[in-house]
Design a protein around this ligand. Structure first.
Ligand code: SF4
Ligand code: SF4
Length: 129
């Protein structure tokens, strides 16, 4: 089994998996081309398929007071541990893509201001081969 996996920094605070510190709490994320079967020419053509729209910033404040979620997050932050999901990527014309749908970048940045749907998000680290 490959150990290749980038550190994920994500600024999509509309996503229910997002946590302060630009961390993603999902166990696994999948990066796709925006268009099914298409090839990405720029990072704007990629998406985090694991984006799940939250209802609003108030819900995150509420979630942070939730014992389970808050406790897990606090423990991780206290230990100085960077939480990162495993990454599966289908953007096979990216220079960081590896056979088996792995990403061998050391870190990726996911963003998408005011994202409401998966295609509003991008893997900003995408670079064409
Ligand atoms: S948009 Fe993707 S990378 Fe960002 S928090 Fe959501 S699932 Fe994680
Ligand atoms: S950097 Fe490239 S290979 Fe890695 S997740 Fe982003 S698009 Fe996929």
């Amino acid at each position: 089994m490959s150990t290749v996996n980038p550190l994920v920094k994500c600024s999509v605070d509309q996503c229910t998996h997002w946590m302060p510190g630009d961390q993603c709490m999902a166990a696994k994320i999948a990066i796709y081309n925006d268009e099914r079967g298409g090839q990405s020419a720029s990072s704007a053509d990629t998406q985090c398929k694991s984006f799940h729209a939250g209802k609003g910033i108030g819900d995150y404040a509420g979630a942070l007071h939730n014992a389970n979620i808050g406790g897990t997050a606090k423990a991780a932050f206290a230990a100085g541990t960077q939480i990162t999901p495993s990454v599966e990527c289908y953007v096979d014309n990216c220079k960081y893509w590896k056979s088996g749908n792995y990403c061998h970048a050391s870190a990726i940045e996911v963003n998408g201001a005011h994202a409401a749907k998966t295609t509003d998000t991008d893997c900003n680290t995408f670079a064409p081969q």
